[in-house]
Design a binder for this molecule. Structure first.
Ligand code: FAD
Ligand code: SF4
Length: 461
């Protein structure tokens, strides 16, 4: 019997979870997973699949769940998505596959595809299905720069095909934003991310940490040793508003704040990582990064945390679930509000804001925020976290001639192959798209891997 209303995943109560960094969502129980899978009516055209950026065969994996065939569901998902336990947690499903689900409007809400994918991904990690092995070794070497989702996916697919893969990572841990950006309470590192990285080690992928390509090793040196290079360096350079007061003590970029807390373990009791947490914190911006910074500040003891955003709630780019969770945890939304100055002598004492109203849609399709005259007021805060976007770090492109870039500093690639303007140098993820999503980064890594594998096979024939 098809249950009509969407089943919700279990979440920990907000008053409990706001005091720790443990995972907020506990996912589906087996019974809830089954009930939710039964809601899929197996539509002929499967519009959900067209909403998924990597085209996961959604009805097919849900059918496996209906048949209690979890191993089958793992196999189906992994054809298109190497990291289902991660994507099930962090993909903006409501704007992708679930947005297209036929049940969305009139049939009790879209099928909870993300929750089901997470269930399958976690099953795969717990039951440790054997890591696929390369059937043959190819005489072909690939250097992957950066160990975020794009680099990890490209590395895994190429290693399975028999290519000799080495990842070069600037930090002392692998995972990119999955480890230094997205907090523990949304994506547990030991239970999820590290297990996925262990699988790469099993595949024979070598990872060289603390190696900044462009500084420690030049691209030209990599070109001498490797047949191909994949650049997955992300978009980690934070943007600022260029308003007065951004140099005061107590102003962070969200990237720096989250990196200190996540990668340098400031979230652990007794850790001696220096990170300042104010009593009243204003986070400027309303994307996933802003939500993560706000909820992290709250967990570290800030009494008042505000999301300051110049548009309205409808335009907030963060995942719906994160916005709802943030509000439940006591984060206050200061909407239609734009900071114009940070106040203070040496330390932050407040921000001067103006009220906004929405005008006609701009180039992004969203209604343009316009200042309301004489609406200035001061919000007393002692910390400001800027979260208004990031760009690729220009280190590689400045240091190495020939890599074509856009005005925004992103790498130009061929859409089919992910190859840059330099032969046998490929790129993908945020370094190409600008700050985007985990699944798009993985899709780009997979796409590049297809061409790299074809070149490796032709060299070995
Ligand atoms: P990254 O994950 O940025 O990894 C790049 C890696 O390259 C890093 O490890 C970096 O240290 C390394 N590197 C950089 N330069 C060099 C160099 N010169 N030499 C060697 N190594 C180098 N997306 C979602 O889909 N859902 C979410 O909920 C979500 N939340 C987010 C929350 C935060 C706080 C942030 C910051 C991002 C979030 N995103 C989310 C976006 C998503 O994480 C990114 O789109 C994705 O990680 C991009 O992957 P990538 O492989 O391109 O690069
Ligand atoms: Fe199932 Fe919804 Fe996809 Fe239809 S659109 S196949 S109901 S998940």
């Amino acid at each position: 019997m098809v249950k009509s209303e969407r089943n919700s995943v279990i979440t920990r109560p907000s008053e409990v979870r706001v005091k720790d960094f443990e995972e907020v969502s506990c996912g589906f129980t087996y019974e809830l997973m089954k009930a939710e899978a039964e809601r899929c009516i197996n539509c002929k055209n499967a519009p959900c699949t067209t909403g998924c950026p990597v085209g996961v065969k959604i009805p097919e994996f849900i059918q496996c769940l209906k048949n209690d065939d979890l191993d089958g569901a793992v196999k189906v998902i992994k054809l298109d998505n190497n990291l289902p336990s991660i994507c099930g947690r962090v993909c903006p499903q409501e704007k992708q596959c679930e947005e297209k689900c036929i049940r969305k409007l009139k049939l009790g809400g879209s099928v909870a595809i993300g929750g089901l994918e997470r269930f399958v991904g976690d099953y795969a990690l717990q039951h440790n299905p054997p890591t696929p092995r390369a059937s043959k070794k190819l005489n072909y070497k690939l250097a992957v720069i950066g160990s975020g989702p794009s680099g990890l996916t490209c590395a895994a697919d190429c290693a399975i095909a028999g290519i000799d893969v080495t990842i070069f990572e600037a930090f002392h841990e692998a995972g990119g934003v999955l480890v230094y950006g997205i907090p523990e309470f949304r994506l547990p590192k030991d239970a999820i991310v590290k297990k996925e990285i262990e699988k790469l080690n099993e595949l024979g992928v070598k990872i060289k940490y603390n190696t900044v390509i462009g500084k420690t090793i030049k691209i030209e040196e990599l070109q001498k040793e490797f047949d191909a290079i994949f650049i997955g360096t992300g978009a980690g350079l934070p943007s600022f508003m260029n308003i007065p007061g951004e140099n005061l003590n107590g102003v962070y970029s969200a990237n720096e704040f989250l990196t200190r807390v996540n990668l340098m373990k400031a979230f652990k009791k007794g850790a001696d990582t220096p990170v300042f947490v104010g009593k009243s914190v204003a986070v400027i911006g309303a994307g996933n990064v802003a939500m993560d910074a706000a909820r992290t500040a709250k967990r570290l003891g800030a009494e008042n945390v505000y999301i300051v955003y110049r548009r309205s709630k409808e335009e907030m780019p963060a995942r719906l679930e994160e916005i709802e969770h943030a509000i439940e945890e006591g984060i206050e939304l200061k909407l239609l509000t734009n900071p114009i100055r940070i106040l203070g002598e040496q330390k932050v004492e407040g921000i001067e804001c103006v009220q906004m109203q929405l005008g006609e849609p701009d180039a992004s399709g969203r209604r343009r925020p316009l200042e309301i005259e004489n609406s200035n007021y001061v919000m007393p805060v002692d910390e400001v976290i800027m979260s208004i976007g990031t760009r690729p770090n220009p280190l590689l492109t400045r240091e190495y001639d020939g890599l074509e870039t856009t005005k925004r500093g992103t790498l130009v690639v061929d859409e089919q192959t992910q190859e840059t303007s330099v032969k046998n140098i490929f790129a993908g993820g945020d370094a190409v798209t600008g700050a985007a999503t985990v699944i798009l980064a993985m899709g780009a890594g997979k796409n590049a891997a297809k061409t790299i594998i074809a070149r490796a096979n032709s060299k070995n024939n």
